[in-house]
Design a protein around this ligand. Structure first.
Ligand code: HEM
Length: 324
């Protein structure tokens, strides 16, 4: 039998550990409060995002994807923003990422208010959060205090492919501290934005060498996509909405409803309905819009804490495209 003293010490230790994780290490809510005089740096970033959103709402998809691609490679350290002939930006999955100019703009605005205080890594996270709320999502608090990395190599970009299996994807997310539910929620990021015909051509015309469409794709949808969006012998690499076109600029749970009608565009999206470990989550999220909106934000906060640099690690870049 354990002595009461030992038991108390163990409980205390466990509480300390769980307190540590709930604060995301050294990340803190309101981290920038008082660090820029009386100015509210998160509000400055929000202003820049709002202005861009009303000019071009595609920025929401751009930022969501940017946060994912930054956090999954070397952690959320803004390594995706660094320019250079072999930097992460030049890796194939990042060639269609955009929105870097918005980050530059937000950085210029916070540097003008207080130089050398706000990291580029935090700007990505704050801007994405603000964009989600503008596009129909709920607003949320996210802890800040990330610092910027100094290494960015295309060779380190090892992002999951769209034809990854659910099992493999679970493992990839698990390696970043994200569980199966988080993974299904985060793939809900595909509630906004587009892919391209080149990515889904096989599913439409030659699934696994059969010369036929992917049987898991709704046949009416196959007709629409092949007749109107991605004709077989077209040279145009048109874009295809990842969610229902009427909702593709909106953060909502319609993505999961589409999956239940076999209209998932990327193979990994549709596959969520065929694996027992994820199917029930798709059903739950498709049936409860508020649940998705709340839990999606929580998963984004979790994603935002993957392998962060804090304290005296890394640096606060003066220019997000270059190390100091
Ligand atoms: C297994 C995980 C994932 C895979 C395999 C994947 C794959 C892809 C692919 C292939 C595209 C289309 C790229 C193109 O055609 O240019 C895409 C787009 C996108 N992804 Fe993901 N993705 C994953 C997870 C995520 C996560 C976790 C998020 C955010 C939370 C996200 C957000 C987006 C967004 C918003 C777009 C649309 C971008 C735009 O319209 O410019 N993805 N994804």
């Amino acid at each position: 039998m354990k002595s009461p003293m030992l038991l108390n010490a163990t409980v205390f230790l466990l509480q300390l550990i769980s307190f540590g994780t709930s604060c995301n290490g050294a990340l803190q809510y309101g981290f920038y409060r008082g660090k820029c005089g009386t100015k509210d740096v998160e509000a400055i970033i929000a202003g820049v995002v709002r202005q861009r959103f009303f000019a071009d709402s595609k920025i929401v998809a751009a930022l969501l994807r940017m946060q994912f691609h930054d956090c999954f490679v070397n952690g959320c350290d803004a390594s995706i923003l660094l320019d250079g002939p072999f930097s992460e930006k030049t890796a194939p999955p990042n060639l269609s990422v955009f929105g870097y100019d918005l980050i530059d703009r937000a950085k210029a605005a916070v540097e003008a208010a207080c130089p050398g205080v706000v990291s580029c890594a935090d700007i990505i996270i704050a801007a994405t959060r603000d964009a989600i709320a503008l596009a129909g999502g709920l607003s949320y608090q996210v802890p800040m205090g990330r610092r910027d990395g100094t290494i960015s190599l295309a060779s380190r970009v090892n992002l999951p492919s769209p034809s990854i299996t659910v099992r493999q994807s679970i493992q990839v997310f698990q390696s970043k501290g994200l569980n199966t539910y988080d993974m299904v929620l985060l793939l809900g990021g595909h509630t906004v934005g587009v892919t391209h015909c080149s990515i889904i051509r096989d599913r439409l015309y030659n699934f696994r060498g059969t010369g036929k469409p992917d049987p898991s794709l709704n046949p009416i949808y196959v007709q629409i996509l092949s007749n109107m969006v991605c004709p077989r012998f077209s040279n145009f690499n048109n874009f295809v909405f990842l969610d229902d076109p009427s909702s593709a600029l909106k953060v909502d749970n319609s993505f999961y409803k589409q999956l239940l009608q076999n209209k998932g565009i990327l193979p990994i999206d549709q596959a969520l309905t065929s694996d027992w470990s994820t199917r029930w989550i798709v059903h739950q999220l498709a049936g409860n819009s508020n649940l998705f909106l709340t839990r999606f934000n929580q998963a984004m906060v979790k994603l935002a804490s993957v392998q962060v640099l804090t304290g005296t690690q890394g640096q606060i870049r003066r220019n997000c495209r270059r190390i100091n």
